[in-house]
Design a protein around this ligand. Structure first.
Ligand SMILES: *[C@@H]1O[C@H](CO)[C@@H](O)[C@H](O)[C@H]1NC(C)=O
Ligand SMILES: *[C@@H]1O[C@H](CO)[C@@H](O)[C@H](O)[C@H]1NC(C)=O
Ligand SMILES: *[C@@H]1O[C@H](CO)[C@@H](O)[C@H](O)[C@H]1NC(C)=O
Ligand SMILES: *[C@@H]1O[C@H](CO)[C@@H](O)[C@H](O)[C@H]1NC(C)=O
Length: 399
């Protein structure tokens, strides 16, 4: 029982899915604003979190995000409401964990009649695993790409042909590490790099929390940057409903990230939601309801995605609550994210109301957002199909 309890505590602490016992029948939910007002809210910043500890650290911050509480039809029953400050300019919402929860919740928000989100900055702030070659626990990362690394044919390691380095084959491909022959469209999302650069500069002046426990744990990794104090890093984020761990799988998904972004992306953080969140925001952007150039993904590192030299992957998973990384990653969400929220709200009229113009490609493999800039990734053909999609997207957005 104790072992089971310990595992449950670990799960709860590490952003994995922790299903509570079946709840009693829920009382009917009253949708709408807690203050009874009817006017539509147009927040400047919508902070998007994935589970309670990430939300609670924002609720406990100076922003007073419980002044207005909007219960939204289509949200998860565990996190039914968006919380906003009294001015309605800064809000926080919780997607609930995993890709399906993330996509459903963001869809519900963007099509909700309580909000006008056309100028809103979506600030995705959550904890994540980190590649020890690119950062350390407690670090703060900003992503340009979100790569989905669970759209694969998968074969068990015990059945693999001798020369296969891993058991994952991209859709429509024949061998591991081959370029996909087929896209679902959610494999890669590219975000506004000019916005990311600007806010990265703002955030990176913040002082990050560190602890003696984390310092001691990091030392096991022997080399930089894993052994260094929490730092700021620009690097991409990988999404998968499977919470994987260990070097072989990390290398598999590292390879896939490079392949699917034509060598321009490299994942440093691992999480379970962002491509779902972005998928829903992309659909809303096609409908003219949100601006895809106003999305920031900031992930803070709670644990390493592979063990220390000579370490064991399963041990890493079962014992990672001793690393001290979780507490740092939660605290550093607001330490680094607060300056971002302040920057956007304080310079709204001068800078952010009109948006930061993207210089890079924005969106997905179908170019559903009709980006004028050519992507540095994606299949070159079939052009006719991409063109047709583009035409449809433009027609729809103009309606
Ligand atoms: C919204 O209100 C409910 C109950 O009134 C409360 O439990 C919840 O914490 C509030 N949520 C936010 C985000 O303020
Ligand atoms: C997931 O989102 C990231 C970040 O925008 C993007 O780079 C990546 O291509 C996306 N992956 C998939 C599979 O959609
Ligand atoms: C990753 O790619 C490298 C270089 O192509 C290759 O040597 C290695 O075996 C691959 N690793 C896995 C696990 O696929
Ligand atoms: C990306 O790589 C694929 C597979 O090698 C290739 O077909 C495609 O043209 C490349 N895309 C770009 C934009 O270079």
């Amino acid at each position: 029982m104790r072992a089971v309890f310990a595992v449950l505590v670990v799960l709860g602490c590490l952003a994995t899915v922790l299903s509570a016992p079946a709840p009693a029948r829920r009382p009917a939910v009253k949708y709408g604003r807690s203050d009874g007002k009817k006017d539509v809210l147009a927040p400047k910043v919508m902070i998007v979190t994935m589970f309670s500890p990430e939300t609670n650290v924002w609720l406990a911050s100076k922003y007073k995000l419980t002044a207005i509480n909007v219960t939204v039809l289509g949200f998860s029953s565990r996190f039914p409401a968006v919380g906003c400050n009294a001015a309605g300019s800064v809000c926080v919402m919780t997607t609930d964990e995993g890709e399906i929860n993330a996509a459903s919740t963001l869809s519900a928000l963007t099509f909700s009649p309580f909000f006008n989100l056309k100028k809103t900055y979506f600030f995705i702030t959550g904890i994540a695993g980190i590649n020890p070659k690119l950062g350390s626990i407690g670090s703060v990362t900003f992503a340009r790409y979100a790569i989905q690394v669970d759209l694969f044919h998968e074969f068990d390691a015990r059945e693999l042909p001798k020369d296969w380095p891993n058991g994952f084959v991209a859709l429509g491909a024949r061998y591991p590490n081959e370029y996909p022959g087929k896209f679902y469209g959610t494999e890669v999302y590219e975000l506004n790099e000019a916005l990311l650069d600007k806010l990265f500069t703002v955030a990176s002046k913040a002082k990050l929390q560190d602890s003696p426990t984390a310092r001691g744990y990091r030392a096991n990794y022997k080399t930089r940057p894993a052994i260094q104090p929490p730092m700021f890093v620009k690097c991409d984020t990988a999404t998968s409903d499977i919470y994987w761990g260990g070097t072989p799988l990390a290398e598999t998904f590292d390879n896939f990230t490079r392949v699917v972004t034509n060598g321009t992306g490299r994942y440093c953080t691992t999480q379970q939601e962002d491509n779902g969140t972005l998928g829903a925001l992309l659909r809303a952007a096609m409908a003219g309801l949100v601006d895809f150039g106003r999305i920031i993904i900031m992930r803070t590192a709670s644990d390493f995605d592979r063990p220390q030299p000579g370490g064991n992957s399963v041990d890493l998973y079962l014992h990672k609550h001793h690393s001290g990384g979780y507490e740092l990653s939660i605290a550093n969400l607001v330490n680094a994210g607060g300056p971002v929220v302040d920057e956007i709200t304080k310079n709204w009229d001068k800078v952010y109301a009109n948006g930061i113009k993207a210089k890079n490609f924005l969106g997905d493999v179908w170019n559903d957002l009709s980006s004028e800039v050519k992507a540095t990734w994606g299949p070159s053909a079939p052009e006719s199909k991409l063109r047709r999609k583009r035409a449809l997207a433009v027609k729809f957005a103009r309606k």
